[in-house]
Design a protein around this ligand. Structure first.
Ligand SMILES: Cc1cc2nc3c(=O)[nH]c(=O)nc-3n(C[C@H](O)[C@H](O)[C@H](O)COP(=O)(O)OP(=O)(O)OC[C@H]3O[C@@H](n4cnc5c(N)ncnc54)[C@H](O)[C@@H]3O)c2cc1C
Length: 233
């Protein structure tokens, strides 16, 4: 077994839409594929005699039997079109694992901030901590998407909160268009002042402007840089 990046051939076990333009894909896990929660794989895409490589975070945990990916589909993106057209049982080339967006073991309390598909590696880390690290004191997730139709894995978050009371979360919509939404509205950075100040580590994953704004705010609030973990999509 190796944790050095290695090329694997896998196949698609399932594919489903979990929100507007967002896919949850399950791949067969090669028996020797070992990774840490928060890492990503590269997907190798052959198209028109050329090879393209796109990175996707693993949203499954190191003890899950499948590999799970969460793909936000971009208009006419190469990786996006590849996943739009892929079907169950199709083969797929992946290389990995890569990345240092990794939880540094038992360390008090953590705050996670995700936008869009940035929830993918955070889901892996959250589940890994909650299911295996009994010493953790509190985990809080702030998850931002634009519209209500962009929300995914709400049921999973609710289940985790019910099963593990030390985990809580809020969802914020930057463009709420419905009066039926009772959660936060606006950008994630606008709600950070409500989060516990004693948090030890921050994990930020999502679009570059969110990661930059939140990082600046928590550094201004006194969080040391070595307690901030970033992954930018
Ligand atoms: C470490 C890491 C982890 C990641 N994890 C995830 C993940 O878990 N889930 C996820 O969804 N994404 C993830 N990403 C992002 C992912 O790798 C891709 O960048 C993303 O899916 C878009 O790729 P694409 O091939 O679909 O689009 P691309 O082909 O790269 O194009 C991106 C966008 O630009 C537009 N575009 C392309 N060329 C042009 C042009 N010439 N002019 C104008 N517009 C153009 C396309 O229409 C498309 O909308 C991750 C990225 C990194 C670095």
């Amino acid at each position: 077994m190796s944790t050095h990046p290695t090329m694997y051939t896998s196949h698609v076990i399932s594919k489903k839409y979990i929100a507007q333009d967002t896919l949850e894909i399950h791949l067969a896990r090669p028996s020797d594929f070992v990774f840490q929660a928060g890492q990503f794989v590269q997907v190798i895409i052959e198209q028109d005699d050329r090879q393209f490589v796109r990175s996707y975070s693993l949203s499954s945990t190191p003890t899950d039997s499948d590999i799970e990916l969460c793909i936000k589909l971009m208009p006419e993106g190469i990786g996006s079109n590849f996943f739009r057209s892929i079907e169950v049982e199709n083969t797929i080339q992946i290389r990995g694992p890569y990345g240092r967006f990794i939880y540094p073991s038992s360390d008090g309390s953590c705050i996670f901030v995700a936008t869009g598909a940035g929830l993918a590696p955070i889901m892996s880390i959250l589940r890994d901590i909650l299911e295996h690290d009994k010493t953790i004191q509190s985990l809080y997730l702030l998850f931002g998407v634009r519209h209500m139709s962009d929300i995914f894995w709400h049921d999973r978050l609710e289940e985790l909160h019910t099963k593990f009371p030390q985990f809580s979360y809020d969802i914020t919509l930057s463009r709420p268009e419905s009066d039926t939404w009772n959660g936060f509205t606006g950008r994630v950075v606008d709600h950070l002042y409500k989060t516990p100040r004693e948090a030890k580590n921050f994990f930020l994953c999502g679009n570059p402007s969110m990661v930059q704004d939140v990082r600046k705010l928590i550094i201004d609030r006194g969080t040391p840089q070595n307690q901030i973990y970033l992954e930018v999509f």
